[in-house]
Design a protein around this ligand. Structure first.
Ligand code: ZN
Length: 263
């Protein structure tokens, strides 16, 4: 039996809440799972937010009839949007059509503030993962056309699905070329090279820092390549992140993630 004082304390402090797994699951996110490293260890931090960029691949901007941006623009997904890219994902049927957007995710391990140097940003990037920026496209289009903010279409519960993180020895998209691929039911739907990004990860972070500081555990999503589309019940998603091997034209797979869309 837990004393009321312990319960109150635990509700304010998720680190303490880990003492009670049930309560911890409740506090740590709507799917009760914590983001982790590839070896299964949980991240040392609770991620507070995911900073996302709209239109960072030319072909994707064109497929949604958007102009090519001259500077990046950002939106935020809160911690309640975070879910694991592993196992199954329960489709919230009351929300209508949900689109997938596969993206390269970067994990920040040190505080970053406005004016941080390129070097400080490089030092702060400690992990890479695959992420799905799930989107209520119809609602987003509707809200956009009315000139209203489209947060509901992007920041809803479990709308940011993230695979286990691989540690970064070299910064993907900066010091090494990476490729992300998404197969749905064994069909290739999305493929993007980091060299196709309009803004590089470091310049994205530099721009984002104008508005948002980053805390350890925060995550940057770097935009989606072309080929976005709707999810259906029963879909099997398989995503891969490969890194270009130096001085060859080969890619070696570093991260794989699978997800089943269930009722
Ligand atoms: Zn996106």
């Amino acid at each position: 039996m837990q004393r009321a004082s312990e319960l109150t304390h635990a509700r304010c402090d998720p680190f303490n809440a880990r003492l009670n797994p049930e309560l911890a699951a409740h506090i740590q996110g709507v799917n009760g799972m914590k983001l982790q490293w590839q070896n299964g260890n949980p991240l040392s931090w609770d991620s507070q937010k995911v900073v996302c960029v709209g239109r960072n691949y030319q072909a994707h901007a064109q497929e949604l009839n958007n102009p090519i941006p001259k500077s990046p623009f950002f939106f935020i997904k809160p911690s309640s949007a975070i879910a694991l890219f592993s196992g199954s994902w329960e489709y919230p049927k009351h929300l209508g059509e949900i689109h997938y957007e596969l993206e390269l995710a970067l994990l920040i391990g040190k505080p970053l503030r406005y004016g941080a140097s390129t070097n400080e940003i490089k030092q702060a990037i400690c992990g890479q993962a695959l992420a799905l920026d799930l989107t209520l496209r119809q609602l987003q289009t509707e809200l956009k056309s009315k000139g209203l903010p489209w947060e509901q279409a992007k920041a809803f519960d479990r709308s940011c699905v993230i695979s286990p993180f691989a540690e970064t020895a070299t910064i993907p998209g900066e010091e090494v070329e990476v490729e992300i691929r998404l197969h749905i039911n064994q069909q290739l739907r999305q493929r993007g090279l980091s060299s196709d990004m309009i803004f590089s990860p470091i310049s994205l972070i530099q721009s984002a820092l104008t508005y948002f500081s980053f805390e350890p555990g925060d995550i940057l999503l770097t935009g989606t390549p072309e080929g976005v589309g709707a999810l259906s019940l029963g879909d099997h998603l398989k995503a891969e992140l490969s890194q270009a091997l130096p001085e060859t034209s080969c890619y070696s797979s570093t991260i794989e993630a699978e997800l089943n869309i269930i009722q």
